[in-house]
Design a protein around this ligand. Structure first.
Ligand code: SF4
Length: 333
């Protein structure tokens, strides 16, 4: 199905091939772009909003500027050269797209939703009307591939009506299904970019953004870690001895390790001896805790009180009335 899209659509969905072609037609080099202050500012703003809030505003004042600012932002994020920043930015762009798609649905622009699913992911969705209610239907296999990444019971196939090989969904759920894929698509696009010579003006912007880019740590305090707290040691020992951890043990270990600056790969490795270890799921969960998946919320290390309530506190004298495992064994605290 072909749909006639305009500049406003390209500004909303700037990763579409047609949008890329329009950018190419404008034939602007990175040096040319530096002359357009509005585009520079908007590209910078996109990135900073992603870093600070995990979301990018749905601004569409000038479609062409908006589209060009997306292309420029990809180059800037690439130049920042920080894996976390790339993931955080990509997810924020995906959330922006999700908001636009929900808006399309509210405005009854169903055809563009159907078009995007087909164009981007080769998924043939269709409309279904029942009485006053509206649903989308998605082929069973396309639903299953995506829904297995969600852990909420409501996504389980058993809780979804299935009709002749199609799963029936409300628009919001259907649109939610592709958030991570869009983020991944943008992430891949950034990684594949080749950085040509950068104009001085852009170098200055990149240096500034580097200072503001998210670090893998979530909650860095003063001082250094001398030793792990007893609850973290317990979690590590359980894994080392091949036992599964309860939910709070996993959450503690992942959030604590992120907070002290460990990378996602290293943390995934810590879980590898668990009997129920599944690398993809573990990685997804850790990235979720780090604010790189889902809604972009970064999670802090749970408090000692919460851990005690969930039977995951193994207090010793050394805990010394701290309120959070992150404070354990730190200098100057
Ligand atoms: S008091 Fe806090 S740091 Fe110490 S074991 Fe309990 S939860 Fe961990």
């Amino acid at each position: 199905m072909e749909l006639s899209l305009g500049k406003r659509d390209y500004a909303r969905y700037p990763f579409l091939k047609e949008a890329g072609e329009l950018v190419r037609l404008l034939d602007l080099s990175l040096y040319d772009v530096t002359k357009f202050l509005k585009i520079l500012d908007r590209a910078k703003e996109r990135i900073l909003q992603a870093f600070k809030r995990g979301k990018i505003e749905q601004e569409l004042e000038d479609s062409e500027d908006e589209l060009l600012s997306f292309s420029l932002a990809l180059f800037l994020v690439k130049a920042i050269n920080n894996e976390f920043a790339i993931k955080r930015y990509s997810l924020a762009e995906a959330l922006r797209v999700e908001a636009f798609l929900n808006e399309e649905f509210s405005n009854n622009n169903i055809s563009i939703i159907i078009y995007l699913f087909k164009r981007l992911f080769k998924i043939e969705i269709r409309e279904f009307h029942k009485d006053e209610e509206f649903f989308f239907e998605i082929p069973f296999k396309d639903y299953l591939i995506r829904a297995t990444k969600f852990h909420d019971e409501s996504w389980k196939l058993i809780n979804r009506p299935l009709y002749h090989g199609y799963v029936r969904l409300k628009a919001k759920d259907l649109i939610r299904l592709i958030r991570e894929e869009i983020a991944l698509m943008i992430e891949e696009r950034i990684k594949l970019l080749k950085l040509a010579k950068f104009p001085e003006k852009l170098k200055e912007i990149v240096n500034d953004l580097k200072q503001k880019a998210p670090h893998p740590t979530l909650w860095i305090g003063r001082g250094e870690v001398k030793d792990y707290p007893p609850c973290v040691k317990h979690a590590l020992k359980e894994l080392e001895e091949g036992r599964n951890l309860p939910h709070y043990g996993r959450f503690l270990l992942a959030s604590y390790m992120l907070a002290i600056g460990k990378g996602v790969d290293e943390i995934v490795g810590l879980f590898s001896k668990a009997p129920d270890f599944k690398e993809k799921i573990t990685r997804y969960q850790i990235e979720h805790i780090a604010g790189l998946k889902g809604g972009g919320t970064k999670y802090r290390v749970p408090s000692c009180k919460t851990l005690a309530e969930h039977n995951f506190c193994f207090k010793t004298e050394e805990c010394n009335n701290i309120r959070n495992p992150f404070q354990f064994g730190r200098k100057n605290e």
